[in-house]
Design a binder for this molecule. Structure first.
Ligand code: MLT
Length: 392
């Protein structure tokens, strides 16, 4: 009667486990002198920018007037937002048709929901370590997973293994959790491999806004050949502080077909059946992110988080801790000091420094002995966390 594959899942989702542990610690420890600093889940601390707030307020007013009220919207998003996102891509030389863009409530949902389109007996290639949603959603469907080892030797950027016949491939760049970013040449290898074996790449670009080197690709569609083998997921969560507001977008190119079926038409069919779209007010807010004013304001916030990452990198280097990430990503991926395993370091940092991070092993077997810190905190918390880590 029930889906037996749920038995194969870990007891709870990584960030729920951490939240539970932290709340148990909070109720047992004295935090008055040293309040807790959260650098675990990649949740932002800066509020929505003024351009977004103004647009959402106006949209609320519209919804409260008979003449401008709107009911159900198009499941795939309003044209005004799809056009704004298309312009954003066009700015980087990526030309998309309107029907290739689907507005979503964030990358996480679509990354999981896209699996409705694929049969359960496909081989899925998933980097290890990586965002746990890819593994969990495929485990729920009972797919067999081939792990792509990401480690210090390959700079946490695994490349195709020609011996594996992949059906689906997950790539996340800039990577969550390691902060590693694929180069154009490396992504081209993946695109050629996928086109060669008929696989579909599910490309998670949620952290693209943190790339500050024009030589690095921010979208897989900057790579020739990607339109016949890739779907891209992106989100405004980390770009514009939408973690609590919820809005993202998914690009499914017209040319992407498998077994005579258009993946784009299948996704449209799936979305119109199972999803009623993102609210009008939120879509107006999202549209404002792509205005010149919104772009200026959101890039100021990203610069603030990048400065946090720089401060963290500097402090860790001074402590002699080895790490990657932070340059084109809000995440710093560090090697646990004193040979500790990930959870022991989590416990120690929580107990001694009252700092919450994410144990690397929560992102996969290869994450054992590593630890992830986010740069999404306030400046004060970031500096204080580094001081406490230095002290302990
Ligand atoms: C993370 O901390 O890995 C992310 O915030 C999770 C997410 O984006 O869902």
């Amino acid at each position: 009667m029930i889906n037996q594959h749920y038995r194969e899942l870990q007891d709870s989702y990584l960030f729920s486990t951490i939240a539970r542990k932290v709340s148990a610690f909070q109720s047992s420890a004295d935090l008055r002198q040293k309040p807790l600093i959260r650098m675990g889940i990649g949740d932002v601390t800066h509020p929505l920018c003024p351009a977004v707030v103004a647009a959402m307020k106006e949209a609320v007013e519209e919804m409260g007037r008979k003449e401008t009220f709107r009911g159900y919207g198009p499941e795939q998003g309003y044209d005004f937002l799809r056009d704004a996102v298309r312009q954003y891509y066009a700015g980087r030389g990526v030309l998309l048709n309107a029907e290739e863009l689907f507005i979503s409530d964030g990358a996480k949902s679509d990354v999981g929901n896209i699996l409705d389109l694929f049969e359960p007996n496909l081989t899925v290639c998933i980097p290890d370590p990586v965002y746990p949603v890819y593994v969990d959603t495929n485990t729920m469907d009972g797919r067999s997973i081939v792990y792509l080892d990401a480690n210090e030797e390959n700079g946490f950027l695994p490349l195709p293994d020609q011996r594996v016949k992949a059906g689906l491939i997950y790539l996340c760049s800039p990577n969550n959790p390691t902060g590693a970013v694929y180069s154009r040449d490396q992504l081209k290898q993946w695109v050629d491999y996928a086109n060669g074996c008929g696989a579909v790449i599910l490309f998670d670009a949620a952290y693209e806004a943190f790339i500050h080197d024009s030589a690095l690709p921010r979208s897989i569609f900057e790579i020739e050949g990607a339109r016949t083998c890739a779907v891209e997921f992106c989100s405004l969560s980390k770009t514009a502080g939408f973690t609590g507001t919820r809005c993202g977008y998914t690009v499914v190119p017209d040319e992407l077909e498998r077994e005579g079926l258009s993946i784009n038409r299948m996704w449209l069919r799936r979305q119109t059946t199972k999803f009623n779209g993102v609210s009008y007010v939120v879509q107006r807010g999202a549209e404002a992110v792509f205005t010149p004013e919104g772009q200026r304001q959101t890039s100021e916030t990203i610069a603030y988080y990048r400065e946090n990452a720089r401060i963290m990198a500097q402090a860790l280097a001074a402590m002699g801790v080895s790490f990657t990430g932070g340059a084109h990503s809000p995440y710093i991926w560090l090697k646990c000091p004193d040979g500790l395993d990930s959870w022991s370091y989590f416990d120690r940092l929580l107990r001694e420094a009252h700092v919450v991070g994410t144990p690397g092993v929560g992102f996969g077997r290869n994450g054992e002995g590593f630890f992830r810190l986010t740069a999404f905190g306030t400046r004060e918390d970031t500096e204080e966390a580094m001081r406490r880590m230095q002290n302990c």
